[in-house]
Design a protein around this ligand. Structure first.
Ligand code: ZN
Length: 433
């Protein structure tokens, strides 16, 4: 390894990670944890495996701090979503290197960042880096499904392993050129809350040949679906979105004009901002009668719903009930996950800005709220960690990358992997220096 460049080391490690099938379910992340343990041992990094069940281990590696400076956690997950080999141009578990890109399931989400984290901490250890507070690398299980084998379990059962003041996780980092000299690297500092709900609509069953004697719950549900689809809540400007638009427009932008201003700048800006101005509702699953000739007395409707960070379910339920009007239904929240944020003025933010400015003078870092969510919320909730989603990417077109995640032909540019290693080493030195 001593003779390898960072570029060669991170390429080789990512290829080997991709060749391990860690599709979740079932996960089998222990395969990846063992590979990483072996790799880090060569650099003399302390490694611990934590597993709720033997085949789903989480790896935590650490360079102990020499004092009580802030701890920095480089967070990543080793599981992936599934891949249908028939849709791919290459074997999704080949890790093939083609024209400067490494192909395979997890290349972007997120074995690439796993490999970069490992190379960053490993290389710093080899150089004798002594941070002021612990530098921690976690490669966790079960992010994609979230059944409590990964970070949620670690935060609860082994909090000392992952407690940190600062964390760099997945979520953003794309370089976007919005035109007119506006070049931004996006950094996610907040996430919406996944807050799906179920509506159970009541009617009265009956033979389908005589609809007049029944009260069809499916038909009643249809009008509720339309009302949900037409819901346009008052726009609200979250601080991250406000800051993003201020950078883009060069002035304060109000909630009412936010979408219009974003559209005027770039279609991608509008795409980013639109779901962040209010809660969103997307009806996705409906189930009613099991028999063609029986009118259903019940219709269950599942609605994917995402709340703004800080928006409560009680607040959202009032709005949703108002939208649905008076109808015979039961309303039930199915979960509430995410919806947390970290402040924007922190040493970690400065470290990210410092890196971007040094790499590309005319580029700036722009904050963003994610429409989805990541494992960052567990750290924010458990330890008040300042957690950002940032892994810089400038070689691959961000719109192309967005389409490849969880999809066929996922791949990452080696240039971006190497940039990621440089970034992580920079942040570790800034926070632990
Ligand atoms: Zn991911």
């Amino acid at each position: 390894m001593a003779t390898m460049t960072f570029r060669e080391e991170v390429t080789d490690l990512l290829q080997r990670l991709i060749r391990l099938d860690t599709v979740n379910p079932p996960g089998n992340e222990t395969l990846a944890a063992e590979l990483l343990r072996e790799h880090l041992a060569e650099s003399g990094v302390e490694v611990e495996l934590y597993a709720k069940v033997p085949e789903r281990a989480n790896l935590v590696a650490r360079i102990p701090g020499r004092g009580d400076g802030p701890r920095l956690l480089l967070l990543s997950h080793t599981d992936t979503v599934l891949a249908d080999a028939a849709e791919w141009q290459v074997d999704p578990w080949s890790g093939e290197l083609r024209e400067g890109e490494i192909w395979g399931r997890g290349a972007l989400d997120m074995k690439g960042q796993v490999a970069a984290n490992a190379v960053a901490i490993g290389s710093l250890a080899r150089e004798g880096f002594e941070p002021s507070g612990d530098l921690i690398f976690a490669a966790t299980a079960d992010e994609e499904v979230g059944e409590d084998f990964g970070l949620s379990w670690l935060c609860r059962e082994h909090p000392d392993a992952v407690r940190a003041e600062y964390c760099v996780n997945e979520g953003a980092g794309d370089r976007i050129d919005f035109g007119g000299g506006r070049i931004f690297y996006l950094c996610s500092a907040a996430e919406k809350m996944s807050s799906p709900f179920r509506l159970t609509v009541h009617g009265r069953s009956g033979h389908a040949s005589m609809p007049g004697i029944a009260d069809n719950a499916l038909v009643k549900a249809a009008s509720l679906i339309v009302r949900l689809a037409e819901l346009r809540p008052e726009p609200r400007l979250e601080p991250e979105v406000g800051a993003f638009l201020r950078l883009l427009a060069g002035r304060e932008v109000s909630a009412d004009e936010a979408l219009e201003v974003a559209r005027g700048i770039h279609p991608l800006a509008a795409e980013l901002v639109e779901p962040l101005l209010s809660l969103t509702v997307s009806p996705t699953i409906v189930s009613a009668s099991q028999k063609r000739n029986v009118i259903p007395a019940l219709c269950a409707l599942i609605v994917d719903c995402r709340l703004l960070p800080g928006e409560t379910q009680a607040e959202a339920e009032r709005l949703l009930r108002e939208t649905l009007g008076s109808a015979d239904y039961d309303f039930e929240w199915l979960e509430g996950q995410g919806g947390t944020r970290s402040p924007l003025e922190t040493p970690l933010w400065e470290a990210i800005e410092g890196f971007v400015g040094a790499e590309e003078q005319e580029a700036r870092v722009a904050p963003l709220c994610l429409a989805g969510f990541t494992d960052s919320h567990y750290l924010r909730e458990a330890f008040g960690t300042v957690a950002y989603g940032f892994f810089p990417m400038r070689t691959m077109d961000p719109e192309v990358a967005a389409r490849l995640i969880h999809s066929a032909d996922e791949r990452i540019a080696v240039e971006d992997l190497e940039l990621g290693v440089r970034f992580l080493r920079h942040v570790a030195r800034q926070i632990g220096g």
